[in-house]
Design a protein around this ligand. Structure first.
Ligand SMILES: Cc1cc2nc3c(=O)[nH]c(=O)nc-3n(C[C@H](O)[C@H](O)[C@H](O)COP(=O)(O)OP(=O)(O)OC[C@H]3O[C@@H](n4cnc5c(N)ncnc54)[C@H](O)[C@@H]3O)c2cc1C
Length: 390
């Protein structure tokens, strides 16, 4: 049975970064991943381009992590999003910043990021074992005993980075919660977060249209971000963020042109009196959306009655959308809930009850918005869990 100083279960961003810091600190390190390749979920983020972090300030990070972001103060004081950016740049990965502070590799390819993380583990002497599923973990005296389907390992320090329960096809099936419960640590209730919304809106007509910086509102919640019409309803950051305030049955409103007031829009239409309504709207909105909005309207702007003008402006500024539900946990982007933070030392991410046992990434009761915030949390907590704290 081979002994390692540190074993890490789960090769997502948290596990890969934990393996890097553990190896960097001179620990004999093994990273175990059940998939054939590391970082399967990470590879799918940012539309397959890997939204590796967000370049915002500490306040931006905390606002982007509505689920217990404050727990990460101590983590971020040791290793934050700017350290992630330095890490990749020092390791030969050029990055670029896009809208809303989202950071991507300039190659627009996830494999650039995953290749850099994996390469660094090897460069520092860490061992990676893929195609290996851990099935049980025990602690006997000061030593953890880890069993996969056909091998056994022991270690002094165990880091659990098995992710949440969303998109289980990527490997995150919730095994880390079983480990926590085995050691009698509490796990807070698991719920879907960042869930696409189901609507009774005409999906076919609008499917595939994406909009930049529109405002989706429900009650006092107004979210201005990008939005995507899908075959089931709404996705994209605006819908995902609104999902934590709705459950189904609510009437939301969509402002398609939040940068213009209703009066601006009326003046614009008056200037375009001689044009067809479709043409007038095409310079403001995607063509298919304009077609949808002007159904049942006369052809030219000048043919609109004052009531129809007001109706059109209203549709653009306050398009009603009935939310009929939201996607389940397995089809949501993020898991809310996880290993109870009361159990965890925020400086080291070690269990207070079980010395040597650490947790990092989405397995913890931390959830963030898409846009690089979950990945920042995973990479930073991974680095801290793998570090030695003197
Ligand atoms: C479609 C999609 C898009 C997203 N987009 C964004 C985005 O733009 N920005 C953002 O910040 N976040 C995004 N997220 C969320 C983000 O990807 C996750 O929060 C992040 O990957 C969590 O990292 P992790 O390392 O904690 O866990 P994971 O990435 O889930 O990795 C856990 C790993 O553990 C392995 N594992 C589990 N059990 C075992 C076992 N028993 N033995 C061995 N290995 C095991 C799994 O196979 C998996 O590879 C997105 C998520 C999805 C699904």
């Amino acid at each position: 049975m081979t002994y390692y100083d540190t074993i890490i279960i789960g090769g997502g961003p948290a596990g890969m970064m934990a393996a890097i810091s553990s190896s960097f600190y001179g620990q004999k390190t093994l990273l175990i991943e059940k998939n054939k390749h590391l970082g399967k979920k990470l590879a799918g983020t940012g539309g397959g381009r890997c939204n590796v972090t967000n370049n915002g300030t500490l306040d931006d990070l905390l606002a982007g992590i509505p689920g217990n972001g404050r727990f990460l103060y101590s983590v971020f004081s040791q290793f934050d999003n700017h350290d992630i950016i330095h890490f990749f740049e020092e390791n030969g990965v050029a990055l670029k910043v896009e809208d809303h502070g989202r950071v991507f590799p300039t190659t627009d390819k996830s494999r650039t990021i995953i290749g850099a993380l994996e390469g660094k583990i090897h460069e520092l002497g860490g061992t990676v074992l893929t195609n290996t599923e851990v099935v049980s973990v025990k602690k006997i005296d000061d030593c953890f005993h880890i069993k996969s389907t056909d091998q056994s390992f022991t270690c002094g320090k165990l880091i659990v980075t098995t992710g949440g329960k969303s998109y289980p096809s990527t490997g995150s099936t919730g095994f880390g919660y079983d480990i926590a419960r085995h050691f009698k640590l509490s796990v807070t209730p698991l719920e879907a977060a960042e869930s696409p919304l189901l609507t009774d809106f005409p999906h076919k007509a609008l499917q595939g249209i994406s909009l930049d910086d529109v405002t989706l509102s429900y009650g006092k919640h107004h979210i201005t971000h990008d939005l995507l019409f899908t075959h089931f309803g709404l996705s994209g950051p605006a819908a995902l963020r609104l999902s934590s305030f709705v459950s189904g049955g609510e009437m939301a409103e969509l402002d398609l042109l939040p940068q213009m007031t209703a009066d601006d829009l009326l003046s614009y239409l008056i200037k375009k009196r001689e044009k067809s309504i479709k043409n007038a709207l095409k310079s403001l909105l995607p063509e298919r959306l304009a077609d949808f909005l002007v159904e049942d309207m006369p052809e030219k702007v000048k043919q609109l009655s004052p009531a129809q003008e007001a109706q059109l402006v209203d549709k653009i500024k306050r398009l009603p959308i009935k939310i009929t539900g939201k996607m389940s946990l397995s089809k949501s982007f993020v898991t809310k809930g996880g290993v109870d933070l009361k159990e965890i030392n925020p400086k080291t991410l070690e269990s207070k009850k079980v010395p040597g046992l650490h947790f990092a990434g989405e397995v913890l009761d931390v959830n963030a918005h898409t846009g690089g915030f979950n990945i920042t949390s995973a990479l930073c907590t991974g680095w801290i869990a793998g570090s030695l704290h003197y």
